[in-house]
Design a protein around this ligand. Structure first.
Ligand SMILES: *Cc1c(COP(=O)(O)O)cnc(C)c1O
Length: 383
């Protein structure tokens, strides 16, 4: 593909992209010159069943011949099926409720709006609208989620952001920022964009307790960690907390855009008819694929494989790099120069992403087997 031509027609917000990927198969991608790469990016923790998955392809073909889209003017049976599955297989009680959207940032927008509406309408306190988020947090690029994302570089030129958002400079003082005006705090259990840093269970438990003391809600952003990425369906299951609202997206559709929000009964009830909506959210095509993906992840051996391969990957990394951190099949580690590392890895047939000038993130498809970890190991030894 002519790169000059690309610059003539596409906006440059993604910068330059050195690879043109044209095909995939399982954990491998192929470029336009036929070169094969071991894909430890999985489309940023999205293609968890791998590329060109025959089951996903079949579902997509069948559903597209049946019905792709109706909008939410009509009931989509796949939404009911998937919501039931999510409620039955998570720690939310049966009276919790689910809403489907199209992306991560939209799931967070829905969660933030739901939290404010719950405090304003259900709890009857419209002054209780502050949204707290964590240093290092990443929640998306639309105005609401961007306002909860403290990274300065992402704000430049986009201010003023949404009022009422607050992120303290350090974690130590976070709890002190919770008061009677706090509507909710949004948090990742493992901070992905920040460098794959898991938060302490004791900190998250203290956060939940303090929020609830003040009648504020705990929103857990599982957009990257959800649907099996960390070795359990949700990462929060490993740290002894129960969110009031959880958001997910990336791993839910294996690349078909879909997101979801689960909220406990009393919170979910704040979305009365007409209060929030999306044209595409939860359409029959997305629901068919997401139902299939969730069925696969809930197979008894699936998450066990994530944990086994995760330990192997961790072993490889700890042997070779400093400051290794993560859970399941989501890891970060330090290198001298992340740009050089990404480029050299690519030359050796391995795709990874950087998440800092000296930090690399790997999020392979969750279906990788021992042979893929061995291949990863042999490439990493040359880096
Ligand atoms: C990717 C991500 C988002 C944003 O998702 P988009 O689908 O890119 O809008 C939000 N939160 C977390 C934790 C993410 O990793």
């Amino acid at each position: 593909m002519d790169l000059l031509q690309t610059k003539d027609v596409l906006m440059s917000n993604y910068g330059e992209r050195p690879l043109v990927i044209v095909r995939g198969e399982g954990p491998f991608l192929y470029d336009d010159k036929g070169r094969r790469y071991l894909d430890f990016t999985a489309g940023i923790a999205v293609c968890n069943l791998g590329h060109a998955h025959p089951g996903v392809a079949q579902i997509l073909a069948d559903q597209s011949r049946t019905l792709i889209h109706t909008s939410n003017l009509f009931l989509v049976p796949g939404q009911v099926k998937l919501a039931q599955k999510l409620l039955e297989n998570t720690s939310f009680s049966d009276d919790a409720r689910v809403m489907f959207v199209n992306s991560g940032t939209e799931a967070n927008e829905a969660a933030l709006k739901l939290a404010r509406r719950y405090q304003s309408v259900t709890a009857g306190n419209s002054d209780k609208h502050h949204i707290l988020s964590l240093p290092g947090g990443f929640h998306g690029r639309t105005m609401g989620s961007l306002s909860a994302t403290p990274k300065r570089a992402y704000h430049e030129g986009f201010t003023p952001l949404v009022p009422g958002f607050d992120t303290p400079d350090t974690l130590d003082v976070l709890l002190e920022h919770i008061d009677e005006h706090t509507a909710a705090c949004i948090v990742e259990v493992v901070q992905g964009e920040a460098g794959v840093y898991p938060l302490e269970a004791s900190f998250l438990q203290a956060l939940q307790q303090k929020l609830h003391e003040f009648g504020a809600l705990l929103i857990v952003d599982e957009i990257q960690t959800g649907v099996g990425r960390t070795g359990t369906f949700f990462a929060y299951e490993q740290v002894g907390i129960q969110p009031d609202i959880v958001t997910m997206a990336k791993g839910l559709g294996n690349g078909v855009p879909v997101g979801a929000v689960i909220a406990s009964a009393s919170v979910a009830a704040a979305f009365t008819p007409g209060t929030h909506g999306t044209t595409f959210g939860g359409n029959p095509l997305a629901m068919a694929v997401a139902n299939y993906v969730v069925d696969q992840v809930l197979e008894p051996t699936f998450l066990a494989n994530v944990r086994v391969q995760g330990e192997r990957v961790e072993g490889v990394l700890r042997n070779r790099f400093g400051n290794v951190s993560g859970r399941g099949l989501m890891w970060g580690f330090d290198v001298d120069d992340a740009d050089v590392f990404v480029r050299d890895a690519k030359e050796l047939g391995l795709l990874v992403t950087k998440c800092g000038t000296k930090r690399i993130r790997i999020v392979p498809p969750l279906i990788i087997q021992e042979e893929h970890v061995s291949l990863f190991s042999s490439i990493v030894r040359q880096l």
